[in-house]
Design a protein around this ligand. Structure first.
Ligand SMILES: O=C[C@H](O)COP(=O)(O)O
Length: 229
């Protein structure tokens, strides 16, 4: 999956399973099955970011981009409880989120993780909370910056509708620093309309979680999310 993913220009719908009970084990496989089905029938690029335990089996059973939720930039070696980039690559991951709002890192750690991901030729998605941190993240040259206002995460209120200004400002800030960096936005994304607003504001896709992970039938939500692409 790696090569196609790097060269893709289509918008990315990236579903983070977080540590929701509804996103673990069999349910992670159910969401991956739904993502693959909807991606195939729509032509959209739908990736998922499962927990580490589910990363390897999902990478090997599904032809969708699979991301780790976090990675450490350290070299493999005498460290305990860390996740080297080499480990997620061996598991088959396409890349990793870095600095998610629920897994914040120091600036030095973000830089180390982005370099490690680049060295392994995987895809990096650096999460940010506003336009200023988006500009700082863009200076590190990741594949994606994902702007998510923390107060809207998991709220059911869509950033695309509640705060389109922060998306606009972040797109401008990232483009001014490095126009090659792609942009995702997230927090409360739940429908095709949210995705359309995000794309129309100049982003390259969305990062979302609860609306898909907690849905009784993830296929229904995923079909709606890609309906206006
Ligand atoms: O990683 C995903 C984001 O934190 C958004 O979460 P949410 O879609 O539940 O608001």
């Amino acid at each position: 999956m790696h090569e196609e993913h790097f060269h893709m220009t289509a918008p990315l719908i990236l579903v983070n399973l977080k540590t929701y009970k509804e996103g673990m084990g069999n349910r992670a496989h159910q969401i991956a099955t739904a993502a693959q089905l909807v991606a195939r029938e729509s032509g959209a690029v739908i990736g998922i970011a499962p927990g580490y335990i589910d990363l390897h089996p999902i990478c090997h059973h599904f032809a969708i981009p699979v991301y780790a939720q976090h990675v450490d930039g350290y070299e493999p070696g005498a460290r305990t409880g860390h996740m080297p980039v080499e480990a997620i690559k061996l598991a088959g991951a396409a890349g990793s989120l870095v600095n998610h709002s629920e897994r914040r890192l120091t600036l030095a750690e973000i830089e180390l993780a982005v370099r490690g991901i680049q060295t392994q030729k995987l895809s990096s998605v650096v999460c940010t909370n506003n336009d200023i941190t988006s500009a700082a993240a863009a200076a590190l040259g990741p594949d994606y910056v994902a702007i998510e206002p923390p107060e809207l995460i998991g709220s059911g209120v869509s950033v695309a509708k509640a705060n389109p200004e922060i998306i606009r400002r972040s797109v401008a800030a990232v483009r001014a620093i490095n126009p090659k960096v792609k942009i995702l936005t997230g927090a409360g994304i739940q429908s095709g309309e949210c995705v359309k607003i995000a794309i129309d504001l100049g982003t390259d896709g969305v990062l979302l979680a609860s609306s898909v992970v907690k849905a009784p039938d993830p296929v229904v939500i995923l079909r709606d999310l890609v309906s206006k692409l």
